[in-house]
Design a protein around this ligand. Structure first.
Ligand code: FES
Ligand code: FES
Length: 136
C-alpha cells in the first residue's frame, strides 16, 4: 500500500519522539494498544500552570501510519488547553494524513492516546488536591 506524502514525512522525520518524566506532577502519560494489530503507542503531555500543554512526546511501536498519527498529534496539542486537546478527532488526523480506510484505526490510537494522557494528568491532579497532613 502506498503511504501519502504526509505520512512518509512524519514517518521519516517524526516530531517529538521521546519521553517525559512520568513521575512529574505536570506530566500525563497515555499508553494505548490496538487490538487489531498489536501496535502500542505512548503519548505524554507536559501541562503548564495555566493549563496549557507546553510539550508533548511520543513513542510508538507500530506501523508508519501510527507513527505519523502520533507525530502529528504531538504537534497539534502543543499550545492547546486540555479540553481543546480532547476535542481532536481521529477523523481530522486521518484526513490530514490521507489515511486509507484500513489505516483508520491507527489514527484512533492517537486520539485514544491523547485522551489517556489527559485522563492520567487529571487523575494525578485530583489526587494531589487532597493535602496530606505531612505537608503542613
Ligand atoms: Fe500495525 Fe502492521 S499492523 S504495524
Ligand atoms: Fe495498527 Fe497502524 S496501528 S496498522
Amino acid at each position: 500500500m502506498a503511504y501519502s506524502e504526509k505520512v512518509l514525512d512524519h514517518y521519516e522525520n517524526p516530531r517529538n519522539v521521546g519521553s517525559l518524566d512520568a513521575g512529574d506532577a505536570g506530566v500525563g502519560t497515555g499508553m494505548v494498544g490496538a487490538p487489531a494489530c498489536g501496535d502500542v503507542m505512548k503519548l505524554q503531555i507536559m501541562v503548564g500552570k495555566d493549563g496549557v500543554i507546553e510539550d508533548a512526546k511520543f513513542k510508538t511501536y507500530g506501523c508508519g501510519s501510527a507513527i505519523a498519527s502520533s507525530s502529528l498529534v504531538t504537534e497539534w496539542v502543543k499550545g492547546k488547553t486540555l479540553d481543546e486537546a480532547l476535542a481532536i478527532k481521529n477523523t481530522a488526523i486521518a484526513e490530514e494524513l490521507a489515511l486509507p480506510p484500513v489505516k483508520i484505526h491507527c489514527s484512533i490510537l492517537a486520539e485514544d492516546a491523547i485522551k489517556a494522557a489527559v485522563a492520567d494528568y487529571r487523575s494525578k491532579r485530583s489526587a494531589g488536591d487532597l493535602p496530606s497532613a505531612s505537608e503542613y
